[in-house]
Structure formats: C-alpha cells, structure tokens
Design a protein around this ligand. Sequence first.
Ligand SMILES: [Zn+2]
Ligand SMILES: [Zn+2]
Length: 138
Amino acid sequence: MKYHGACSCSMCRTEFETDLPLSDFQPRVCDCQYCQQNLGQLLSHPSAQIRVFAGIASHLTANKNGGTAARFYHCKNCNDFICVGVEIDQEMRGVLNSNLFNDRATLGDAIPVQPRFLSDQEKFDRWKKLWSHLSFMS
Ligand SMILES: [Zn+2]
Ligand SMILES: [Zn+2]
C-alpha cells in the first residue's frame, strides 16, 4: 500500500510504501528543540520505501541539526518539515514527517524519543536499523 501526504502548499508530495497496516506504526516524537519547533513526527520502517516528490536542489531546503550527517529537509516554499535523510552505505535512508500524512489518524500512538542522549555513532547505528529507504523524485 502507498500512503500519501503533502506539505501545506502541496509543492512537496510524499509517499510511504509498506506491506504492513498503518496502525502497526508508531511515529516517534523527538524531544529535541528542532523537532519540537518544526512539529515533526518521525515515521520509518526498514522494510518501507519513502518517496519525496520534490527536487533536493529546486524544492527543498536542507538543514543540519547537531553534528551528524543527517539533513532535515523543508519545503522551500512553505517551510514545512518534510523528512530527514542520510546516506548510509551509499544509499539514502530516511524518516518521514507523518504530520503531513493524509492518514495520520490511522497510525498507532506516537512514542517519545530522546536521541540527544545518544552519541553520533549510536544514532547512526539506530538509523541503520530503523530508517526506510528514501528517494527524491523531481
Ligand atoms: Zn510546501
Ligand atoms: Zn529531534
């Protein structure tokens, strides 16, 4: 199944493809200042595919948050937080902001996470396990 979402101005559309029912997913709500300010709920699963229909250079702003290589992508037009992406073993992996989801009410309850207590290496190891495959299609 493919689940869709979009930013407020609809310039950046998103797709989350998975065989699992949406109610199996619990988005993670990160307690760092960045995620709190940008109303992020992070959704990923290693078996799921995330597609963002937006060009990295043309439609998105990439922000850093902390010392890791992960980039937080925002719509260039409405500034909505879209997803986080990082390259792991030559492949883009990422999490989607499920606040942009049309079907977000179907998701399981959100769980709070505190990645600021993890080292950068621990974060990286966690992403490798949890994050989805991410692609940008312009
Ligand atoms: Zn937008
Ligand atoms: Zn955060």
